[in-house]
Design a protein around this ligand. Structure first.
Ligand code: OGA
Ligand code: MN
Length: 233
C-alpha cells in the first residue's frame, strides 16, 4: 500500500466535475436504518424510483458510536494527525483542507469499534484492506465529486463520521438528474455499495453549500474513518 502522501494516486479520481442541475427531492422512507421510518430523514433523492433502486446499496446509520467512543478514537488519532498540516491544494484537486493517514494497528477499544463497522459493512470472509483510511477535514475542508479507484478498492466503502455533521452528495455518472443527498450526522456511519459506489460520484459539501433539504448542516472539523474491501481478482 502506498504511503499516505501518495494516497491520492491510490484511491485516485476516476471522475471529476459536478453536475449541478437542481432537481426535485424526495425523501427516503423507512430504509435508512433503525431510525428510518420514524426518526429524522437521512436521505433525499431526486426520485422515489432512484431511492428504491439504491435501497440495498446505500445505508446511513446514525449514532453508530457513543460520545465516549468518539472521544477515544479521536484521542488515539490526534497525535498522528497533528504531525501534519492541513493541505490546501490546487483548485482542481479532489480534497481540500485535509490531512490524512492510514492505520493498521489500533487500541483494543478502537479495534472493537472498527470490527463492529466491518461486521455491518462486509459479509464474513470478504477480503478487506488492512489499512484503515483516516481523513481529517478542517472546517473549510471539502471533497469534490469522485469515484474511488476501482483498482484499489472493491465494491464497498464504509465510513464512520466523527466530530461534525456533513452532507454527502451522490451524483449519477450516467445522467444529469439522478442524485441523492445523505445527512451524515456526527457519530454516524454510511455505507456505499455496488451501484452507489460505482455508478455515482460522491462528495462532501463545503461549509457554504452544506444544506440538507434546505436545512443548514453546520460544518466543523470532521474526521472520517473509512474501511474498504479489496477489488476482485
Ligand atoms: C475519500 C472519501 C469520504 C469521507 O477519501 O475517497 O470519499 O467520508 N471520503 O471522508
Ligand atoms: Mn471517496
Amino acid at each position: 500500500m502506498a504511503a499516505p502522501s501518495g494516497r491520492r494516486g491510490v484511491w485516485g479520481l476516476t471522475s471529476l466535475g459536478a453536475r449541478r442541475r437542481p432537481g426535485p427531492w424526495v425523501r427516503a422512507r423507512g430504509w435508512s436504518g433503525p431510525h428510518g421510518a420514524s426518526g429524522p430523514r437521512l436521505m433525499l433523492g431526486s426520485s422515489p424510483a432512484l431511492l428504491q433502486r439504491l435501497s440495498r446499496d446505500l445505508e446511513v446509520r446514525p449514532g453508530f458510536v457513543s460520545p465516549e467512543e468518539e472521544a477515544a478514537l479521536v484521542r488515539e488519532l490526534e497525535p498522528q494527525l497533528r504531525r501534519q498540516r492541513y493541505q490546501r491544494e490546487h483548485w482542481d484537486q479532489a480534497i481540500h483542507g485535509y490531512r490524512e493517514t492510514e492505520k493498521s494497528r489500533w487500541t483494543a477499544q478502537s479495534e472493537t469499534i472498527l470490527q463492529r463497522l466491518r461486521d455491518i459493512a462486509f459479509p464474513p470472509g470478504v477480503p478487506q484492506l488492512s489499512m484503515v483510511h483516516v481523513l481529517d477535514l478542517d472546517k473549510t475542508g471539502f471533497i469534490n465529486p469522485h469515484v474511488d479507484s476501482v483498482k484499489f478498492c472493491g465494491d464497498t466503502i464504509a465510513g464512520l463520521c466523527l466530530l461534525s455533521g456533513s452532507v454527502m452528495r451522490l451524483l449519477s455518472e450516467d445522467n444529469d438528474t439522478d442524485r441523492v443527498d445523505l445527512l451524515l450526522q456526527r457519530r454516524s456511519v454510511y455505507i456505499l455499495r455496488g451501484v452507489a459506489r460505482y455508478q455515482f460520484s460522491h462528495q462532501i459539501l463545503r461549509e457554504e453549500e452544506s444544506f440538507f433539504g434546505g436545512q443548514k448542516v453546520p460544518r466543523d472539523r470532521r474526521i472520517s474513518i473509512i474501511c474498504r474491501n479489496l477489488p476482485p481478482g
